[in-house]
Design a protein around this ligand. Structure first.
Ligand code: NAP
Length: 243
């Protein structure tokens, strides 16, 4: 497996949740990390919490905005690996009540945003590098009702990676599909009810508990480090697809 020591990694979504966990693990492995998100304040706070010893910087950019994405890669300079975990709570209306502005906004940031990241990343991604995007359990276990949009988007990532892995070879392109992970996104979606949801899910899961960002970060590190992994989707869900 290739080392991450001295490698430059861009983590879009690195100011919170899964992306923060990936940034922390990459720094521990000796990488240089640029964390990206929309809020400069969140980025600064995350930078402080990451024990980066001068190896972490932050870049404020909205992946749904092409000018931002172009500037992000210009600011970051040549780099080795792109990880994208960024996302916002999905639409959860029954289909007959779908708020189409919200649906478009979600598709724009999660899917079109990933396409824009790939488009601009190829210009400065070094030979031997990789891109890793994030889908999720919602494609396998859609929330009912209201899961159709998030399920469609999450499912599309597998095929996005397969096609890009061929087009961009030898650059590798992969997907991580996590089950439930205890992140700030859940605080936003269910607030104080989070502990109850997680206790119930933990009791059902073969792993016996819901994941932390530190549990899923190694899947991203593995995909960056293993030169033979491309066009693949890794599921890391504590057995959630089985129950
Ligand atoms: N947590 C789970 O249980 C779980 C399970 C499966 C899949 N996922 C997927 O994993 C992804 C990350 O989830 P998370 O739980 O880590 O969420 P999170 O804790 O809310 O973190 C989201 C990160 O993405 C950034 N972000 C959001 N929209 C952005 C945009 N348009 N441009 C740039 N950065 C943006 C946020 O910063 P700013 O707000 O400052 O932009 C933040 O750093 C989501 O797509 C989610 O659907 C999560």
């Amino acid at each position: 497996m290739a080392t991450l020591t001295g490698k430059k990694i861009i983590v879009v979504g690195g100011s919170s949740g899964i992306g923060f966990g990936v940034a922390a693990a990459a720094l521990e492995s000796g990488a240089e990390v640029a964390i990206v998100g929309r809020s400069a304040d969140k980025l600064k706070a995350a930078e402080k919490r990451l024990a980066g010893a001068g190896r972490v910087k932050s870049i404020a950019a909205d992946m749904a905005n092409e000018e931002d994405v172009a500037r992000l890669f210009k600011d970051a300079g040549a780099f080795d690996h792109l990880v994208a975990t960024a996302g916002t709570p999905p639409p959860n209306y029954p289909i007959g009540e779908a708020d189409m502005d919200f649906v478009r906004q979600f598709v724009d940031s999660k899917l079109i945003g990933a396409v824009m990241l790939a488009k601009h990343a190829v210009r400065t991604l070094k030979k031997g590098g990789s891109m890793t995007f994030t889908s999720g359990i919602n494609k396998d276990r859609p929330p009912v009702p209201g899961g159709s949009v998030v399920s469609a988007i999450a499912g599309s990532f597998t095929y996005f990676a397969r096609a890009l892995a061929l087009e961009l070879a030898p650059t590798r392109v992969n997907i991580v599909s996590p089950g439930w992970v205890d992140t700030e996104m859940w605080d936003e979606i269910v607030g104080e009810a989070k502990a109850g949801y997680f206790d119930q899910m933990g009791a059902r899961l073969p792993a016996g508990r819901v994941a932390t960002p530190a549990d899923v970060a190694p899947a991203y590190l593995y995909l960056m480090q293993n030169d033979f992994m491309t066009g693949e989707t890794i599921h890391i869900d504590g057995g959630q697809r089985l129950v």
